[in-house]
Design a protein around this ligand. Structure first.
Ligand SMILES: C[S@@+](CC[C@H](N)C(=O)[O-])C[C@H]1O[C@@H](n2cnc3c(N)ncnc32)[C@H](O)[C@@H]1O
Length: 263
């Protein structure tokens, strides 16, 4: 592994993951690696790489920005941001398989190693020193984190003053019916969803400012169709559940951007 980029951002060795909710994380990793992997055509979030471009623009990424993609999946967004904005990007994800795949995909890009790299790690225990990044993004993964406030604290800690955080994810419009609080919907970022107001409140509590919410629910239909057309066993086995989700209209898909204005 080329270390230059990790030196640049102050990679911290030996960060412990002991306190994390291991069983939940194991379940998710298994679902993603064994079943959802097959439906990845690049990125696994509503809006695809067009929405990633919007994230990059709102975060005002330039060639000088140092960017972290939290829960980077198969690396599509990190690769796209590195290519489009010409900046260094690190992706971090729980799945060893996804990180391996991301590195392989990135190896086709000439500057790989110096400006684009991936590592296995947990969003709740980010292995970087304070004030390492100008931009942190997190697409369609926030709802998978058992301790969301801890993740927000970690992201705040590793951002430089003036740095931007942008997440996209499902948020609840109303309480989920009980039958929707199941493992399938947890893996699909629904059962772990909160209202956008609650996320904004948590962001304010860790000192983020300039919080901005943008609705992207118009991307949900084509994402749902993409899932339904996929040949994933996990999706086929839960087809009825997936259809109900879309009919019950219980959630929106939003982008939330925020700034670290002070230490
Ligand atoms: C829906 S996918 C989104 C992947 C990518 N951000 C994208 O938009 O294509 C969710 C990703 O979150 C990762 N993940 C789940 N919990 C995590 C955690 N605690 N820390 C890091 N990654 C996590 C999974 O391994 C999976 O790759």
């Amino acid at each position: 592994m080329v270390k230059n980029l990790f030196i640049l951002v102050g990679y911290q060795m030996g960060v412990s993951m002991e306190d994390s909710s291991e069983s939940l994380k194991k379940f998710l990793t298994q679902v993603y690696e064994e079943t959802l992997c097959g439906i990845y055509s690049g990125s696994l979030h509503p809006g695809g790489l067009n929405l990633t471009r919007r994230v990059g623009e709102l975060a005002e990424i330039t060639g000088e920005s140092i960017v972290l993609d939290v829960a980077s999946g198969m690396g599509a967004s990190a690769i796209s941001i590195a290519k489009e904005f010409g900046c260094p990007v690190i992706g971090i994800d729980l799945s060893k398989r996804f990180v391996r795949e991301s590195k392989f995909r990135a190896s086709e890009i000439l500057t790989y190693g110096d400006s684009l790299d991936f590592l296995v790690g947990d969003a709740e225990f980010l292995p970087f020193k304070d004030s390492s990044f100008n931009v942190v993004l997190c697409e369609c993964s926030f709802n998978l984190f058992p301790d969301k406030r801890k993740v927000l604290q970690e992201i705040y800690r590793i951002l430089k003053v003036g740095g931007k955080f942008v997440l996209t994810d499902f948020v609840l419009k109303k309480d989920l019916p009980k039958h929707q609080r199941n493992k399938f919907n947890f893996a699909f970022c629904i059962a772990g969803a909160e209202t956008s107001e609650k996320i904004v409140k948590w962001m304010e509590e860790v000192n983020f400012t300039d919080i901005y919410v943008e609705d992207h629910s118009d991307k949900l239909l084509s994402f749902g169709i993409q899932l339904l057309l996929s040949s994933s066993d996990f999706v086929s086995e839960n087809l009825e559940n997936l259809e109900n989700l879309f009919y019950e209209d219980a959630f929106r898909y939003v982008l939330i951007a925020a700034v670290k204005s002070s230490k």
